[in-house]
Design a protein. Sequence first.
Length: 213
Amino acid sequence: MDRLIAGYREFRTNIWPAERHRYESLARRGQRPETMVIACSDSRVDPQTVFDAGPGELFVVRNVAGLVPPYRPDADYHGTSAALEYAVRVLKVARIVILGHAQCGGVQAMVEGAPAEARDFVQPWMEIARPHLQPDAGSLVGDDRLTHYETAVVRLSVGNLRTFPWIEEAIVGGRLELHGLRFDIRSGVLSRLEDGGFVPVPMAADAPGRSGG
């Protein structure tokens, strides 16, 4: 806890003064994020850091592998689906981003088998994806094989979003966009999912940061 308390003190001393009015406004008006991000729980992939986002900008859900289950309203527990319902139907976000990443332990557990200590929940959670994935692509091995499946999981999650009737309705009505992205931890490169796979997002020297609008 010492590290967390030290971080809080740093926040209160050096960040809170500059962001105080933003927080007060968010408390007064409530949150109005335009973007929902569904990302992996991996501690190395923080959506707010990757997108240089400030308080109130992103509505974030994190789970193992950033996986979206299909629409299935029943008596089971549906944390990700509940967050989707709130983001789309209450907050009315303009876009949903699926943020996958390299070296994903959840995808590795699906491909190679979950560790014995992670079979109560991780293994059945990743079974959501297994039946829908294509077989191994040719002779891919190692990192290339995992990258193949990381791509497939992002594509699957984007597809599963469209099984939610109110998401599909919002897309057809032009009120909602879906995007698939992948972050490479080693290189810091963000890629966008297109028909042929992931394509690196181009850098622009004059692209505005958060402070630039």
